[in-house]
Structure formats: structure tokens, C-alpha cells
Write a protein that binds this ligand. Structure first.
Ligand SMILES: CNc1ncnc2c1ncn2[C@@H]1O[C@H](COP(=O)(O)O)[C@@H](O)[C@H]1O
Ligand SMILES: [Zn+2]
Length: 350
């Protein structure tokens, strides 16, 4: 008889919100450290995430990952490790996002994109899972950098038309201006790219409502401050969110660790479900927050009393929110249906 934890681990899952450099495990960080500094390198000092209490501390950890993925070779190791680890966690469809970075005289933006796309497609095929890539626009870097990401994404789509599906709007939500980037997101969508945008991760009603009402996104990340009871302005943002019917990528551990929601039990995942609003569970940064997608399902089951049937349905409904083709979606649905048939006894025991 399976426990809930085992059920969550075995369930075929869909990951829609994972940042490459935030997803690096401790093992990968150590390996990359040795690659960079040589075998005699001192042990790497990885911050203790259990002490993390706010977004700023979390953003410091990205700096460490970035210092280690500063060459195409390192990025290839990082990408294949992350894809393999998601596959080992039972993820059957992964949408990975990353911010193209250049390192002077070592790596161009184009080489960054090439390393990630080549390795993501190669390792995805090796693991037998679907992998899509989104290039991230870092809101703190301004409009010119955002334009460069769009150009890179369009070029990458010509080379990897099945893997490169869209762009993501992310970066420190307290820095930069998402409203200034709306025309660019609109342009990206007009050119057939899909758009996933971080939204209302911190309190900013005007920005959140503008992003929702602009009609430029296909999915929204977090929406922490667009939920009932989340403070001033949250009610207006919540109404705007519900009007969009856009799927929300809910990242429980990320929000609790960053202190943007006070507890798991009070996470707006509950309100989204109660109002029948489309929602998918995601990890955000599995390395930084020391989690797995199985663990996020487990946390949802524990704190929101979800049955095995409801957990399965959560995964099944997430298929609709992917940026996969209709044919790919049907294949993933079949995988989930077959898995359910083969494991019916495990559903009944719960
Ligand atoms: C915790 N909530 C979050 N909110 C906003 N942006 C986030 C994020 N978590 C990650 N990122 C974005 O992803 C980058 C790291 O991966 P890549 O270098 O792109 O692969 C971070 O630098 C940040 O821009
Ligand atoms: Zn994110």
C-alpha cells in the first residue's frame, strides 16, 4: 500500500514553471564548482535555505548558480542534470525557462541559448520526457535586454521549432517595470510565441492588473497578491485574475520560503481551487527551495486535504496549460490515463 508521499512520487507530473539556474541541485553545484576550480577546490559554501525568509535572500543564491554556469560546458552539465532530475522525480513534461547570459570572451548570448536548447532536447529524448524551453526576460535589465531576448527566441525557434515555445517575464519583482515591457510581450505573442509572466509576486496592484488586462500572457506565475485576503489592492487584482481565466503556476514552497505567503495552509492555491480557477503546481526553483515537484504535490495533499483522485486530476488538468502541441498533449493525457488504470488499487487505498 502506497503512502501519499509515494503516490505523489509515482504520479506522472507536469512541470510548467522551473528556472534553470534556480533548479540546480547541491550535487550539480558541487560538480560545477569542481569543474571551475579544479579537483583540489575547497568545499563550496552553499547558503542554508532553511534560514531563508525573504525574496532578497533568495535572489542572492542565484548569484552563486550564475557564477558556476558561466561557460557553455557548465551550462550543458547544468541543463542535463536538471532535466534528468525532473525525469527521476516522475515529471513527464517539463517546461524549463532561463535568462540568456553572455560572459565576456567566454560565452555569447547565442552560445548560451545553443547550449541549453541542445542539451535540453538531447537529455529530454534520452529520458523519454517532453522538454520545452522558454527564454526569460529579466525585468530588472530593462527594455533593450528584453528586446534582445525576443530576438534570440525568434532565432532559436527557427533552429529548434519544437522545443523553443515562448518567453517568460521574471526577475526581481521589486526592480524594473513590467508595464514598460507589455508592448514587447504583445509583439512576442503576435509572432506566435507563448508568454508566461510572473505576476503579483509582491504587492503591486497597478502592475498586476495592467499585466492581466493587457491580454499578453498565456499563463501567470505566482499571483500571490492577487488573492483574497492578501492585503491592499489584492481584491481588485483577484477580480481581474478571475476575469482572465488564465492558468496560475502555483509555487507553494517558493512563496512560503520567500515569505510572500505566511503559511502553506493559507496559500492562495486553496482559493484558486475553491473558485475553480485553473491552477498547476510547480517548483519555481527546486534547488534554491530544496524541493521536488513530488514534494509540492505532497504539500498540497497535506495542507488542502486532497485525495489521490484530486491529485491525479490536478496533474491531468495541467496538461491543458502546457505549451505543447495538441498531439503531444494527447500523448501526455494517455500516459496519465494508462498510469491510472495500472494503479487503480493505489487510489482506492487512500
Ligand atoms: C523566487 N521567485 C522568482 N521571481 C522572479 N524571478 C525569479 C524567481 N526565481 C527565479 N527567477 C529568475 O530566474 C533566474 C534564475 O534562473 P536563470 O538564470 O534564468 O536560469 C533569476 O535570476 C531570476 O531572474
Ligand atoms: Zn519563477
Amino acid at each position: 500500500m502506497w503512502t501519499t508521499a509515494k503516490f505523489c512520487a509515482q504520479l506522472p507530473k507536469i512541470e510548467l514553471h522551473a528556472h534553470l539556474n534556480g533548479s540546480l541541485s547541491r550535487d550539480t553545484l558541487k560538480r560545477l564548482h569542481i569543474m571551475k576550480e579544479g579537483n583540489s577546490a575547497d568545499d563550496i559554501d552553499i547558503p542554508d535555505i532553511t534560514k531563508m525568509t525573504n525574496l532578497e535572500e533568495c535572489f542572492k543564491i542565484f548569484g552563486l548558480a550564475h557564477s558556476l554556469t558561466s561557460s557553455p560546458e557548465a551550462l550543458r552539465v547544468a541543463t542535463s542534470d536538471v532535466v534528468r532530475e525532473f525525469a527521476e522525480d516522475g515529471v513527464v513534461h517539463l517546461e524549463l525557462r532561463t535568462t540568456p547570459r553572455a560572459v565576456e570572451s567566454i560565452m555569447s548570448h547565442e552560445q548560451y541559448v545553443e547550449a541549453v536548447l541542445e542539451e535540453a532536447t538531447r537529455e529530454g529524448a534520452a529520458q523519454g520526457i517532453g522538454v520545452k524551453v522558454l527564454l526569460s526576460v529579466d525585468r530588472s535589465q530593462g527594455e533593450a535586454a528584453a528586446q534582445r531576448v525576443l530576438t534570440l527566441a525568434l532565432a532559436a525557434r527557427r533552429r529548434w521549432p519544437e522545443a523553443l515555445v515562448g518567453i517568460d517575464l521574471s526577475g526581481n519583482p521589486r526592480s524594473g517595470c513590467a508595464r514598460a515591457l507589455l508592448p514587447l510581450l504583445r509583439d512576442a505573442r503576435a509572432r506566435g510565441l507563448r508568454v508566461a509572466a510572473h505576476c503579483a509576486e509582491v504587492e503591486n496592484e497597478a502592475e498586476a492588473v495592467a499585466l492581466m488586462e493587457a491580454g499578453v500572457a498565456d499563463r501567470l506565475g505566482h499571483c500571490t497578491f492577487a488573492a483574497p485576503g492578501a492585503g491592499a489592492g489584492a481584491e481588485a487584482a483577484w477580480a481581474a485574475l478571475r476575469a482572465t481565466r488564465l492558468p496560475v503556476e502555483a509555487c507553494l514552497s517558493s512563496n512560503v520560503r520567500c515569505g510572500t505567503v505566511p503559511s502553506y495552509a493559507s496559500h492562495h492555491f486553496g482559493a484558486l481551487r475553491r473558485h475553480n480557477h485553473p491552477v498547476a503546481l510547480c517548483t519555481d526553483d527546486k534547488g534554491v527551495f530544496a524541493t521536488t515537484l513530488s514534494n509540492e504535490y505532497y504539500l498540497a495533499a497535506e495542507h488542502f486535504s486532497l485525495s489521490t483522485e484530486e491529485l491525479w486530476k490536478l496533474s491531468f488538468e495541467s496538461v491543458e496549460y502546457t505549451f505543447a502541441s495538441e498531439e503531444e498533449k494527447q500523448q501526455i493525457r494517455n500516459t496519465l490515463l494508462e498510469w491510472k488504470k495500472a494503479n487503480l488499487a493505489q487510489f482506492e487505498l487512500h
